[in-house]
Each structure stands twice: as C-alpha cells, then as structure tokens.
Design a protein around this ligand. Sequence first.
Ligand SMILES: [Zn+2]
Length: 239
Amino acid sequence: MEIVPVPAFSDNYIWLVHDETSGETAVVDPGDATPVLAEAERRGWTISQIWNTHWHRDHTGGNLAVKDATGARVSGPLAETIPGRDVDLAEGSEIRLGDHIGRVIEVPGHTLGHIALLFDEERVAFVGDTLFAMGCGRLFEGTPQQMYRSLQRLTELPEDARLFCAHEYTLSNARFAVHAHPADQATAERLAEVEQLRGENRITLPTTVAQERRTNPFVRAKDWEEFARLRIEKDSFRS
Ligand SMILES: [Zn+2]
C-alpha cells in the first residue's frame, strides 16, 4: 500500500492510496479535485474510490468532480451529508482496497459523525481532523468527553501505527505542546525537528501512535476535564 500526500488549499493534505497488486487507487478527503486528478494522472493511477472522514467542504468539495472524472465510488459517514455518497460507513463497516481490508471507527468531536479508517495489518489509519500531529481538531459539533474518548481510541492502536492527518498544523501544535509541557524533553526535541522540516517546507506527516502518546498534550491529558481545559487554551493560543 503506497500512500502519497497531495497538498491542497493552504494547509490540507489529501491522501492518495494505491495498491500495486490490484492497481486500485483510493483518495481520502478530496477537498479539491484538481490537484488530486493531476497527481493521479502523473503517476498513471486511476482513482476508483473516494473515502471521506467528515462532511467539511475542505474534505468533500472535490467529491463530485473526482467522481465525474473517474466513476469512483464514494464512501462516507452515514451520519453526515456527503456529496455523491454511494456507500454508508459507520462503526464496524469494512472498506477494501484490493486485498487490503480496513475498518471504520466512529470518532466524534470535531464533527458528530466523524469517522477514522483503520488498516490494522498495514498499521495505517486515516484520521481526518480528529487527531493532528501534537494536536487535535477543534470541537465544532461534539463535546470534550467525545473528543477525548476519540483520541484515546486512536492512540490505543499499536505504537508503530502511522496516523495520516488532514492538515499541516504540526508547527503551531508543537509550540503549544511546549507551552503545555515546558520541561518535557521529548516535546522540545520534536519541536526542533518540526521547525527544521517546516523551515525546509517539508511535510511533518504521517505521525505515529508512539510519537503522539509521548508528545501530544491532548492525548496525554489524564481525563476529559484536563483535555477540555487544554482545548480552550489552544483555541486562543498565539504561537
Ligand atoms: Zn474539518
């Protein structure tokens, strides 16, 4: 399974997922069709599936154009309005790319119907706007309890699982993480790494479960009340 980022808008990543054996390609959260179709064509890949994690326009805005251009089947959360959806996904649903079998978990908080797509054997998870490297999504629809639980579920995956997030927010998240844990060496070291990568305009993703357990203050929060305080503080934090 080959996974390639397609940068879109100012800080989104749309992920192209290709299975060499079957020749199948999926795209996760195509907010904009143009760069996705261009990258797929450049690689000689034909998109046969669209997977959405939640309804926000910067994740679904290109659904119909990609579907029109390729005939791709659209799978997205049952509980949300997803343009062009053919397949309803909910907790326990299965998705497939060639012989790769993924499963759906519900991770409410950023939106109420938000889902994540997990490929256990491949140690891969597409987490949308629920978890970011060293951070998490804003609570637009859900409660702090829901989001805290969602982050715990994602970081209960094996330590080496790679988490593919949908935005490049890592630098500002890392600055907040250092603010939240000023004496923490692993957090400070990661900030330095992220500053270097972003200084060279390089991607900081995917992250791993191990890294998030160590350096993500929202994941490290001991309960939802601590999580809620951090989330409110981050909303007004200026790095
Ligand atoms: Zn979103």
